[in-house]
Design a protein around this ligand. Structure first.
Ligand SMILES: [Mg+2]
Length: 345
């Protein structure tokens, strides 16, 4: 059975500015497998391109996959390779499995989407505080807002958080995308706690767990928000190394390598008493739908990419009362829209 790879251009509704840079267009990749689909979200920081996904897939032999594909047997034998490429294959195999059985993945995983937490909505680094005040003011007390900071000016970052806090009673989390140093984090974390920030995500960029343990020793025991790691967590080993230094981890399918490894990493994180956030990249509703099947496992969900992109090439999620839910169709349950240019659908 052959896998085909199609580049997938994603256009953002407006420029998306975070500490890593500003994006207006991203190119992801879609894997096709006998009417099933998987997506590789390809943010620049992963360093993986659609061509890398094609190269990875070209050297795979998944076998015949007749009847019900033996998902765990197939996926446990995937060769090493970029996490996003492995994710796209993992998603396509799961989608095929669900479609052949005729049931949505959440049901096959024994999960109830009604248990999914509300999703955060992300506001990227604003051009002006007035613009932010107006944007944040639209959110009510039940909403969850994630503010991107890491502008290069920590005092401006603090002003962003304080401005949003004054404008809304929504839950506010802060994501620095590694834009702060350890001393900057030590100064800002207590101030974020004072304005009621729910948690602080990826304050520092380091992938060295020793730096995170150092940060933890330097921060006060009380009066700082819980600290979450995102870009520093790719594998279960990363989770183990960061335990004790962070309070939670943000899992994304494209980093973790798809549904199967993410489910394993959730178990590892739970065993280590870590909070779990389930996030996404700038991705279509194909990848976001796949993640939505696992949302009942998470304490926090950040699956708002369908709100950030224009002309979504897949129809795969329902937005209900702030939650991002799978459709209930078999497999991942995402179908190409008229804007999807891929072949082999
Ligand atoms: Mg993040």
């Amino acid at each position: 059975m052959t896998l085909q790879v199609q580049p997938l251009e994603i256009t953002l509704r407006k420029p998306f500015r975070i500490a890593h840079g500003t994006s207006t267009v991203r190119t992801n990749a879609v894997v096709h497998l006998d009417g099933a689909f998987g997506e590789a979200g390809l943010p620049p920081y992963l360093g993986t391109t659609a061509d890398d996904v094609r190269e990875y897939v070209a050297r795979l032999d998944l076998g015949p996959l007749d009847g019900l594909p033996p998902v765990h047997h197939v996926l446990s034998r995937l060769p090493e390779g970029p996490s996003a490429a492995r994710c796209a294959v993992d998603l396509a195999v799961h989608d095929l499995w669900g479609k052949r059985i005729g049931r949505p993945l959440y049901e096959l995983f024994g999960l109830d989407p009604r248990m999914s937490p509300r999703s955060f909505v992300t506001l990227s680094i604003p051009d002006s505080l007035d613009e932010l005040r107006e944007q944040a003011g639209r959110f009510g007390p039940e909403d969850r807002l994630k503010l991107k900071v890491g502008s290069g000016d920590p005092d401006r970052d603090l002003a962003v958080v304080r401005t949003a806090r004054e404008a809304t009673r929504a839950m506010i989390a802060v994501d620095a995308n590694g834009g702060w140093s350890i001393p900057q984090t030590m100064r800002l974390a207590p101030l974020l706690h004072d304005v009621g920030v729910e948690f602080l995500e990826q304050p520092i960029a380091s992938r060295d767990a020793d730096d995170w343990h150092l940060l933890r020793r330097l921060l006060p025991h009380h009066g700082v928000p819980p600290i979450f790691a995102d870009e520093s967590v790719f594998t279960a080993d990363d989770v183990v190394m960061l335990a004790g230094a962070v309070d939670g981890v943000n899992f994304k399918l494209a980093k973790c390598g798809g549904l199967a490894p993410t489910r394993s990493m959730v178990s590892v994180a739970r065993a280590l008493d870590l909070k779990i956030m389930l996030g996404c990249m700038i991705e279509s509703s194909l990848a976001v739908a796949a993640a939505a099947h696992l949302a009942p496992l998470a304490d926090y969900v950040d699956l708002d990419a369908p709100l950030l992109i224009r002309d979504d090439p897949f129809d795969g999620v329902l937005l209900e009362e702030g939650r991002v839910l799978p459709t209930g169709r078999p497999g991942i349950g995402a179908v190409p829209t008229s804007t999807y240019a891929g072949t082999g659908a």
